[in-house]
Design a protein. Structure first.
Length: 278
């Protein structure tokens, strides 16, 4: 059976205290509780989008998790967003971008060296449109990360064309399928696997996506019926891959952890949640 890795996009949230974690848990204990008490077997690190940390912080995470635990890591914004953001007065040039990639690779070494790195997630913004230049950039990013498994997430619906899926497949780049609000421009949920990795991110379906602050954008709790809709796609994707990653990113107030626990139950993936709060 293909490996199935399930968890949440991040684990260190103050509003999870008393909901997912014990009320008085220290921040330094959250990852251990997440992995050992709840029993999630993977986590997606999103904080790297805002800042590239030192390898020491990731080395500490390695030591707090079981041997079969897996990390996926979201790329720094200077690698995926800032080069294409017209709102930025001085955008990074290719030499700066290359330096960001090198710093990022150095930071995630502890995961790779300890066989705990699942993938690097390159999430491109909604204003990253399909073009020859865009595809060239993806290939260059793939070359920078040639020793790492790479997953690409698009936010713009214009990328949902067979020729772009074939482009990813031909270059051994995994496609990230997403469940997010059904709004113009945003990607629909599609059953696509373009490498040996299946990757699914569930962002919630908050229709106020573009106007809400980040703290509220992910304030969404999936109903059981909505999870069943996603389950159909997930099961099909799992059949096409060697390893499958499923992450819930609706992290407000512990929604992601609750939905991920329920989804694991639906997929018959055992957790240890009887040892935790839920």
């Amino acid at each position: 059976m293909a490996k199935i890795k399930i968890g949440t996009s991040g684990f260190s949230f103050p509003d999870w205290k008393g909901v997912i974690y014990p009320e008085k848990i220290r921040g330094s204990r959250m990852l251990e509780f997440y992995a050992n008490e709840i029993g999630f077997n993977a986590v997606e690190i999103n904080s790297t989008y805002y800042k590239i940390p030192s390898p020491k912080s990731f080395d500490a995470m390695v030591k707090k998790t079981p041997s079969d635990f897996t990390f996926t890591v979201k790329a720094f914004r200077g690698m995926t967003h800032d080069p294409f953001d017209s709102r930025i007065e001085t955008r990074p040039d290719m030499e700066q971008i290359k330096n960001f990639f090198n710093q990022f690779k150095e930071a995630i070494k502890p995961f790779k060296q300890n066989n705990k790195l699942g993938a690097v997630l390159l999430q491109f913004p909604v204003f990253f449109y399909p073009s020859n230049e865009s595809m060239d950039f993806i290939l260059r990013a793939r070359e920078f990360l040639k020793d790492f498994p790479v997953v690409v997430e698009f936010r713009n619906i214009a990328w949902t064309r067979q020729k772009f899926f074939e482009f990813l497949k031909n270059n051994n780049i995994a496609f990230c399928s997403v469940d997010e609000p059904g709004l113009p421009r945003l990607m629909p949920l599609v059953d696509i696997v373009t490498s040996n990795i299946a990757y699914l991110r569930c962002h919630g379906r908050n229709l106020n996506w573009f106007n809400a602050p980040i703290s509220e954008r992910y304030n969404y709790y999936y109903s059981e019926q909505e999870l069943k809709e996603i389950e159909k796609v997930a099961r099909s994707m799992i059949q096409k891959a060697e390893v499958s990653f499923i992450f819930f990113n609706n992290c407000h107030a512990g929604h992601a952890a609750k939905n991920a626990m329920k989804f694991a139950e639906m997929l018959e993936i055992p957790l240890k949640k009887e040892n935790g709060l839920l």
